[in-house]
Design a protein around this ligand. Structure first.
Ligand code: NAD
Length: 332
């Protein structure tokens, strides 16, 4: 068994796993580094470049765009079999224990999520927008990494974890401020070692969660909820309108790093197919939109997009897809 497969087998034990948490964290990190993929062929890149270069491209991005920044996805090769049970909207609003569980775990997960840096895929998309190839992004991600990379025209379909909303008065408070208040109520809580889960969540033992104290709205003492769309909740209407407006500006849809299992993203692929818009998908592994795509590129988003930028804009515009730091170079 290769070390990669061994690490994967061990880390996918889910909640039944008896391996100590420190070992699981180390194995997950190792696993992420070891899962490597065949480089995408020049022929495929050539097809993608030719198809997109003279079109008005709208990008639809998903969790796979951020895995190279260290944020796990839900349905990738390293996560597919992990036992996950994200909180449902109805449960969160009606059950105080569910809110306690959410915030207790989120306080541990937030520092790692908020410190994540944009990767080559985010940076390539920002360069493509600055150079006019990409009109804008519809993102399913909640990590704000497209903003951090310099993209401007972004519709966040599922909101952003960086903001927290009061369910009673609607006041918005930055997540960093809520984090400080939660830590004042629960000193040292964030120092627990835990495995980072998608959406800034973290795995914690149930018994420790019971003692956690939840913060309330500063304005009205109402219930606070991260300003993201939970499972079982609808995307706000004004966000859907903005997303369709952006979608209508394009004549090609480029999907990056999404399984398209969630309907709020998949509907754009369906509409693209109905309109016979050019549809390209860059993803590791299968997606729900594969049979509708004109072009399907299987590869790492960071690599594919940075090589696409280089082909579209020339070798002066090189984005290092092996490096998480530094800025893209745009020729003037
Ligand atoms: P998903 O987990 O269902 O699918 C991600 C896809 O990306 C998988 O098919 C995976 O194989 C692929 N992938 C992983 N790494 C990749 C890489 N480096 N290059 C190319 N492909 C890669 O994610 P989704 O379709 O976005 O749906 C999940 C939902 O969960 C979203 O609606 C989102 O709101 C939320 N979510 C967000 C984040 C985030 O903000 N970073 C992370 C996890 C989940």
């Amino acid at each position: 068994m290769s070390p990669c497969v061994a690490a994967y087998e061990l880390q996918s034990g889910g909640d039944q796993c008896t391996i100590p948490i420190e070992v699981r964290i180390a194995l997950n990190d190792l696993n992420r580094q070891l899962i490597t993929y065949e480089s995408v062929s020049e022929a495929q890149l050539g097809q993608l470049t030719d198809a997109l270069r003279h079109r008005r491209v709208v990008a639809l991005t998903g969790a796979g765009c951020s895995t190279e920044s260290g944020i796990p996805d839900y349905r990738g090769p390293g996560t597919r079999r992990r036992a996950r049970n994200p909180v449902q909207y109805r449960e969160f609003v009606s059950d105080a224990m569910a809110r306690k569980r959410y915030w207790a775990r989120s306080v541990v997960g937030w520092p790692r999520l908020s410190q994540a840096l944009p990767n080559a895929a985010h940076r390539a998309l920002a360069v493509m927008e600055q150079s006019g190839i990409v009109r804008g992004l519809i993102t399913q991600n909640v990590d704000r990494l497209h903003h951090a990379a310099g993209s401007n025209h972004i519709v966040e379909l599922h909101g952003a974890l960086a903001e927290v909303r009061c369910l009673t008065c609607g006041a918005i408070e930055p997540r960093d401020s809520v984090q400080k208040r939660l830590l004042a109520l629960n000193p040292g809580w964030h120092e627990q070692r835990a495995e980072l889960a998608p959406d800034g969540d973290a795995e914690l033992p149930t018994e420790s969660i019971e003692r956690f104290r939840v913060a309330a709205c500063q304005a009205c003492a109402g219930i606070l909820k991260p300003d993201v769309v939970f499972f079982g909740e609808s995307v706000p209407r004004e966000v859907v309108v903005d997303a369709w407006r952006l979608f209508d500006e394009g004549d090609a849809l480029l999907v990056i790093g999404s399984s398209l299992a969630v309907f709020s993203g998949y509907r754009f692929v369906r509409r693209a197919a109905e309109r016979n818009m050019f549809l390209a998908i860059v993803n590791i592994g299968p997606t729900r939109g594969d049979s509708l795509a004109h072009l399907r590129v299987s590869g790492r988003a960071g690599e594919v997009l940075s090589r696409l930028v280089e082909r579209c804009l020339g070798p002066g515009c090189r984005i290092d897809f092996g490096d998480r730091s530094g800025n893209p170079v745009v020729p003037r």
